[in-house]
Design a protein around this ligand. Structure first.
Ligand SMILES: C[S@@+](CC[C@H](N)C(=O)[O-])C[C@H]1O[C@@H](n2cnc3c(N)ncnc32)[C@H](O)[C@@H]1O
Length: 235
């Protein structure tokens, strides 16, 4: 296994702090958000850093962020980007790759390399504890049932793909969230999933399964899964 830096973090904001530090970003740089998503967390974080943000997503609903955030959002497949070579200082796929058809992963990464000088992927790892595995299973089955991907891969999987692009330098972080899901925050945590299921019109049985799991989590708690950040430098 290749060298990875293991870091404990308190919340998701620290992931962005780490990325901005490693990329040595400066306001005004061109940033590409791969998979803007319906909540556009990554685009908003980039805008907070005064970056010139362009987003892409395959889901036409994400177009709404053009107006809401005042950024261009291209509705396209990230495995075929409508941009010239080296248009961006960096591209970021923040929790997007696991929703992209695995057959397209290498092409998406090749496109990120083609259009940008640096690339970052942030992904959750598969849960390893019993209750976490159940949580992953419900998510995966619910999203598959509406024709979407929700597949968590290992650090080695992502690392090998990025290495195939022959970056000049590659950094790998494995991030561990200090707090776990407890009785106090289980409802809030699982509700995010339920909201997403409803938005995607998944069958009620998956919503019920998530509600049942919430009860179990309230009793026994659940560790957050680890996350990985891989940064490839091409210039
Ligand atoms: C979990 S969301 C990303 C979250 C977002 N980055 C944020 O910070 O809020 C994953 C996104 O990837 C998009 N996606 C899936 N396949 C894609 C593809 N082939 N090309 C572009 N976007 C894709 C989905 O439509 C979805 O909006």
């Amino acid at each position: 296994m290749e060298k990875q830096i293991i870091k404990k973090i308190s919340d998701y904001n620290e992931i962005f702090s780490l990325i901005w530090k490693e990329l040595k970003i400066k306001g005004g740089q061109n940033a590409l958000d791969i998979g803007v998503g319906t909540r556009a967390i990554s685009s908003k974080e980039m805008l907070n850093k005064k970056l010139k943000v362009v987003g892409v997503d395959i889901n036409p609903d994400c177009q709404v962020h053009s107006k809401l955030l005042g950024i261009p959002v291209h509705i396209c497949d990230a495995s075929f980007l409508p941009f010239k070579d080296d248009s961006y200082d960096f591209s970021l796929a923040f929790f997007s790759m696991h929703e992209i058809d695995p057959k397209k992963h290498i092409d998406v990464l090749k496109e990120m390399k083609r259009v940008s000088k640096k690339m970052v992927i942030v992904e959750p790892l598969p849960n390893t504890n019993e209750i976490g595995k159940l949580y992953d299973k419900i998510w995966q089955e619910a999203m598959n049932s509406v024709g979407k991907f929700e597949i968590y891969q290992t650090m080695d999987y992502w690392s090998t793909l990025v290495s195939r692009l022959a970056p000049k330098k590659k950094l790998q972080y494995r991030l561990k969230i200090k707090k776990s899901v407890t009785k106090a925050n289980a409802d809030e945590f699982c509700e995010q999933g339920i909201e997403h299921f409803k938005k995607n019109r998944v069958e009620k049985k998956y919503i019920d399964e998530m509600k049942n799991l919430t009860k179990k989590i309230k009793k026994s708690g659940m560790e957050h899964t680890d996350m990985i950040v891989i940064i490839g430098f091409f210039d």
